[in-house]
Design a protein around this ligand. Sequence first.
Ligand SMILES: C[C@](O)(CO)[C@H](O)COP(=O)(O)OP(=O)(O)OC[C@H]1O[C@@H](n2ccc(N)nc2=O)[C@H](O)[C@@H]1O
Ligand SMILES: Nc1ncnc2c1ncn2[C@@H]1O[C@H](COP(=O)(O)OP(=O)(O)OP(=O)(O)O)[C@@H](O)[C@H]1O
Length: 295
Amino acid sequence: MTLTRASPAKLNLALSVGAPDANGYHPLASWMVATEFHDTLTLEHADRPSLDVRFASDALGQHTVDWPSDKDLTWRALLLLAQHTGHQHPLRITVEKRIPPGGGLGGGSGNAATLLVAANQYLDLKLSDTTLKSHAAQLGSDVPFFIDALQGRPSCLATGYGEQLTPAPHPHPLSLVLIWPGIGAPTGPVYKTFDQLNPNAAVNLPAVRNLINSQPLGHDQPFNDLARPAMHAQPALRDQHQRITNCIERPVHITGSGSTLYVIARDDSEAHTIATQITDRLKLDAVATKTLADQ
Ligand SMILES: C[C@](O)(CO)[C@H](O)COP(=O)(O)OP(=O)(O)OC[C@H]1O[C@@H](n2ccc(N)nc2=O)[C@H](O)[C@@H]1O
Ligand SMILES: Nc1ncnc2c1ncn2[C@@H]1O[C@H](COP(=O)(O)OP(=O)(O)OP(=O)(O)O)[C@@H](O)[C@H]1O
């Protein structure tokens, strides 16, 4: 018997960031939404635990697995479960990746959360959401969001460092195009550049709430305080952003700390047209997808 689950990507449709606390982490407010675009995680019983990560032929961009397996967030999630239950879980884990690593779509974070939720179900561990989220928070600031997303809450207002989550209504899914600019953007350095550019930053929670309350969202409405720092840290990303904006003549946004860019389309058909335009004219990898609506 195998268990297969989609491990979604996330978008920060709104991201407001404050100056770092004494511990160096940044308080934030973000409207986070999971997408149909996903990695696929499979669990099978085996003699011993193992992990196989590979990129699918329809991945967004060309990537290789360039991180060691003991640093893989999926593997680290399995180790946390072993620590919690006091014994190893002999699972064969396969992750088929489409989400670009270091792309601001939270691919690795989503894989970790999917492992926690799927193994809890597959092994009948009966861990509560609170326990799953406390493991999730140890693995990364974005991981708790994916626990909610996988349990039927794909749209949330995230506060604190991103781990305090309140479901946000999202009745109408958005049609989108995700674009891989060919450059990754590591999260830590982008936050450092944010500090240099915004020494007195404060979180603007009302602006994030306003966006959640102004659905359906117009294509120019998303905002992201990390967009400028991401492009400042990586001028090549700014150039790609400009090229794409010129090509499709509408606002191009950035998710998380980058580097994935995205565009809101009128409907699925327009999203497919824009994705094809970007691929044909700019030779960049682009995929049409949707946000996941409330269930
Ligand atoms: C940019 C976002 O994706 C927005 O959702 C997240 O804030 C990043 O979440 P993440 O990738 O899960 O981040 P983590 O793995 O927890 O942290 C990576 C690095 O980002 C910085 N970091 C992260 C979250 C936060 N609220 N403040 C920070 O300063 C820290 O330097 C940290 O060392
Ligand atoms: N299962 C995994 N999938 C992808 N990357 C992983 C995984 N496990 C560990 N990593 C490492 O974590 C880094 C960040 O991966 P991730 O896909 O979460 O980036 P991200 O989308 O930029 O995340 P965020 O938006 O949370 O900053 C990768 O560059 C890679 O070195």
